[in-house]
Design a protein around this ligand. Structure first.
Ligand code: GLC
Ligand code: CA
Length: 565
């Protein structure tokens, strides 16, 4: 049993060995995980059913994407009541049952805190838009402008203006995402109090922390001046440069977080790698970890999907492996609900490489520096979806981006669609593939809320659980290896062959314990030589081992091995 966090204690054991540094975290997108009542939508009782599956995998912490009341314009990332469960997902008593069952299995739960913005259906916004005299007016960011023109040239994260004019309100409100997601005004102390109260509400129910959505964007540039053409190329860096961001995070830590033994991970959209310790250096008392975007952006330039050399990935991991502050901690992730499937972008999802490459990149995920995050289905090697046309997309972002890029900026529709297929967020959001029955066993409803990937007859949990050499079992074994070798959690990182174009070879070392990781990140086989291999002993590998003679070995395509040196 995991003890309740309890508001009373003022001590946070965030020393060198805090639990969240050793955790392996599994993200659930509840809508697509498991439908228990047969309405086509995943729900909390479905999650409860599958807790043993997650425990058997070896993950010890679950991050739940938003489960709160929401009109679902952005699938829960538009919240209309922060203290109520979305009825489609169940009731508060279902949630309490989930907490109790998870705790009994030794699993912690963290929630998604989405407080850069609310839904436009939130009562605060309803009152804010209704009258200039409402005490809720300043909960949001309103600006007057002539003829309802946008008050400045700021774009939303997905394209188009970040402002929407409200006839009834007589002014425009700011939304850095869709118009259904008005931004909260964090400069108003009453807003911050509301957020702290929401956080305490859930922490007092025993949740073990938060993933903080778009948290770098909460402090706005006070002048609201136009952005320069240069700034407009990457507006997220301007949004993340608000003058009070760190003040607000510190206040949140003082007022709430420091009173509980919990973890936080912030979505660091628009943050440069070198600025990350400003959030995560424990002496600064802000956040514990952040998600940096460098890795999941290697294959994109703006909307365009581009080829990437392995050297780029190596550089990013090497930089993350030598943080400018020793008291700062990383995350490692290749997949989440906003990203295409990892095997389809970092591996090779076509036969005969899918399984080997899914295991190879899993090896990377679980041996790099930082707390690893696995996204539902990644442990099965689930792949991207097939898309035939724009209608196959469900994501609110797609029509907004299409409008901005294709209709207004004249981007070639074919090229845009091609990139969208590879990069679109819907790739991650199709239902979890449980078995070979209709709808992949996700729901008994005639139609699930979103398409099941037709490859579920081949790729599904039931099949993976039956086969000892499946992707699932490799994940499970890698997690066990990670727990056995503290060097993989706490060890120093060294890239042992930074210039090789196909082999990723690195070490993690803690005191005298050294672990070597050798991965062929390509579709080719070849011989590889390193004197380090001559004396190392194999810990785990994703295929039948070819053996090493005098430091020389043959590597199959996507072969991945971990050695104790
Ligand atoms: C974050 C979420 C994403 C959401 C956006 C707006 O990036 O991960 O899913 O659409 O914030 O809340
Ligand atoms: Ca349901």
């Amino acid at each position: 049993m995991i003890g309740r966090s309890g508001a009373a204690s003022d001590v946070r054991p965030d020393g060198a060995r805090a639990w969240w540094k050793e955790a392996v975290i599994y993200e659930i997108y509840p809508r697509s995980f498991k439908d228990q009542n047969g309405d086509g939508i995943g729900d909390i009782p479905g999650i409860i059913d599958k807790l043993p599956y997650i425990r058997d995998l070896g993950a010890d912490t679950i991050w739940l994407a938003p489960i709160f009341q929401s009109p679902n314009r952005d699938n829960g990332y538009d919240i209309s009541d922060y203290k109520a469960i979305m009825p489609e997902f169940g009731t508060m008593s279902d949630f309490d049952r989930l907490m109790a069952r998870a705790s009994a299995l030794g699993i912690r739960i963290i929630l998604d805190l989405v407080v850069n913005h609310t839904s436009d259906q939130h009562p605060w916004f309803q009152k804010s838009r209704a009258s200039k005299d409402s005490p809720y007016r300043d909960y949001y960011i309103w600006r007057d402008s002539a003829h309802g023109h946008p008050p400045n040239n700021w774009p939303s994260a997905w394209g188009g203006s970040a402002w929407t004019f409200e006839q009834s309100a007589g002014s425009s409100y700011l939304h850095l995402f869709s118009r259904y997601q008005p931004d909260l005004n964090w400069d108003n102390p009453a807003v911050r109090e509301e957020v702290f109260s929401i956080m305490k509400f859930w922490l007092d129910k025993g949740v073990s922390g938060f993933r903080m959505d778009a948290i770098t964007m909460i402090s706005k540039m006070p002048s609201f001046r136009d952005m320069s053409p240069e700034e407009l190329k990457a507006p997220e860096y301007v949004y993340a440069a608000g003058p009070h961001l760190h003040d607000y995070l510190r206040e949140m830590n003082d007022r709430v977080l420091s009173h509980y033994d919990v973890m936080t991970v912030g979505e660091a959209y628009g943050m440069r790698a070198q600025d990350i310790p400003l959030f995560t250096d424990s002496a600064r008392r802000e956040l514990d970890m952040v998600f940096a975007f460098d890795i999941v952006h290697v294959d994109r330039q703006g909307w365009r999907k581009v080829a990437w050399p392995l050297s780029k990935l190596k550089e990013i991991y090497a930089a993350a492996g030598r943080p400018s502050s020793p008291d700062s901690w990383n995350t490692v992730f290749l997949d989440n609900h906003d990203q295409p499937r990892a095997v389809s972008r970092f591996g090779n999802d076509t036969p005969p490489f899918r399984e080997a490459s899914a295991k190879a990149i899993a090896t990377m995920l679980l041996t790099q520096c930082g707390t690893p995050f696995i996204y539902q289905g990644e442990e099965l090697g689930m792949t991207n979806l097939p898309f035939d046309g724009l209608d196959d997309f469900e994501d609110v972002q797609v029509p907004i981006e299409w409008d901005a890029k294709v209709k207004r900026q004249g981007v070639d529709p074919e090229a845009f669609f091609e990139s969208l297929k590879g990069l679109g967020r819907d790739n991650a959001r199709s239902p979890m593939q449980w078995d070979t029955t209709r709808n992949a066993g996700f729901t008994t409803a005639h139609k699930p809320w979103y398409r099941v990937n037709p490859n579920y007859t081949e790729i599904n949990a039931q099949d993976c659980l039956q086969k000892p050499d499946s992707v699932y079992h490799h994940f499970r074994d890698l997690i066990a290896v990670r727990r056995k070798y503290p060097a993989l959690v706490h060890g120093a990182y060294q890239d042992l062959d930074p210039n090789h174009s196909a082999v990723f070879f690195y070490s993690r070392q803690l005191d005298k314990s050294k672990v070597l990781v050798l991965i062929n990140m390509s579709d080719r086989g070849f011989t590889y030589e390193s004197p380090l291999l001559a004396t190392a002993s194999l810990v785990i590998s994703n295929m039948k081992h070819h053996g090493v003679a005098k430091g020389v070995t043959w590597l199959e395509p996507w072969e991945a091995r971990v050695y104790a040196a």
